[in-house]
Design a binder for this molecule. Structure first.
Ligand code: XMP
Length: 317
């Protein structure tokens, strides 16, 4: 029977054997997977693990600063790199979802490579890839190529020439969380909803601008904070807001407005492969909608997504 204790013991031993005294570089995303991978590696090789946490400008509100502090508190050897301007610049004018992913993937690799070059004698690249990423990536590259290019799987540029270490590649998300708990990682961090690598870029339909990111960060913050305040956060597998490329007419006082629509999405799932929309209380939806429309300038309408996966996906892009 699989247990987190046994997994940690075996994996730490394996990592020690595989890596020895070499240096490893790892990109932290703020999510559960890369964090658990980092803590496992830190247990095995200590400060020979060099973590890099990149701000792509597409994270949630305040996420970069707060998560970076949290990583430092955990004793990880981590460097924060703010590359927001570079990503937003590269994304200028791009509306196609796959093009966004490719651009973000490319920018990430550039930033990461610049940082990795500052270190000398790195031999390994560690990643928090989990089993569903592996599977979805296989189906992307297979004959019925459809789904999505998860930029964190495979596709490494030759010039990096690092050996890849993926200690979580056989685990599902719930197992990753149990492994994290076993190693004493903060339950709040472990309970965080999954968040896509391309971040808010794939929740802003159409082209991306700094202003749109700001609007969506505010909407997302109200929604997520509301879920926490109403004790609903842990009942939901993933939640977020989507900024639609649609303006609709509204009325504010005596004035007609013509502003953006946002969709809220909250799903139940075990691994993200299938998902159901969550039956959130009407009271909660009402308060959240009012709060968003009153507080976020530029948004005058909120809708709730009631589509299951399949056939809809969790993200809109
Ligand atoms: P979909 O939208 O395919 O999402 O139902 C399933 C899960 O995967 C996440 N997701 C991504 N994660 N890079 C990532 O790292 C991506 O390009 C990407 N696209 C979707 C999504 O948030 C959900 O958890």
């Amino acid at each position: 029977e699989w247990t987190p204790e046994a997994f940690v013991d075996l994996t730490v031993e394996d990592l020690k054997k595989q890596i020895g005294n070499e240096k490893v570089v790892l990109g932290l995303s703020g999510g559960v997977d890369s964090t658990v991978a980092a803590v496992l590696l830190n247990k095995a090789i200590g400060d020979n693990l060099y973590c890099i946490f990149v701000n792509n400008g597409l994270l949630r509100k305040n996420e970069f600063e707060s998560v970076l502090d949290q990583y430092k508190d955990m004793g990880l050897n981590v460097k924060g790199v703010d590359a927001s301007a570079r990503f937003l610049d590269a994304l200028k004018g791009i509306s196609d979802p796959e093009e966004k992913r490719k651009t973000i993937g490319r920018s990430f690799i550039e930033v990461f490579d610049d940082e990795a070059h500052l270190l000398t004698d790195v031999k390994f690249l560690a990643q928090g890839t989990i089993y569903p990423d592996v599977i979805e990536s296989i189906s992307v590259n297979g004959p019925s190529a459809t789904i999505k290019s998860h930029h964190n799987v495979g596709g490494l540029p030759d010039f990096m020439k690092l050996k890849v270490v993926e200690p979580l590649r056989m685990l599902f998300k719930d197992e990753v969380r149990r492994v994290g708990a076993e190693m004493g990682i903060d339950p709040e961090l472990l309970g965080r909803h999954p968040f896509p690598g391309p971040g808010l870029a794939i929740r802003i339909l159409g082209d991306i601008t700094a202003e749109k990111v700001k609007v969506l960060q505010e909407v997302d913050y109200i929604f997520i904070q509301g879920l926490k305040d109403w004790n609903l956060y842990d009942k939901v597998w993933q939640a977020g807001a989507i900024l639609l490329p649609v303006s609709s007419v509204g009325v504010m006082g005596d004035e007609r407005t013509y502003e953006k629509v946002v969709a809220l999405r909250a799903v139940e799932s075990t691994d993200g492969m299938t998902a159901d929309w969550v039956n959130l209380p009407y009271d909660f939806l009402q308060k959240t909608s009012n709060s968003i429309i009153n507080k976020v300038k530029g948004v005058n309408r909120v809708v709730y997504d009631i589509s299951s996966k399949p056939p809809a996906t969790i993200e809109w892009e």
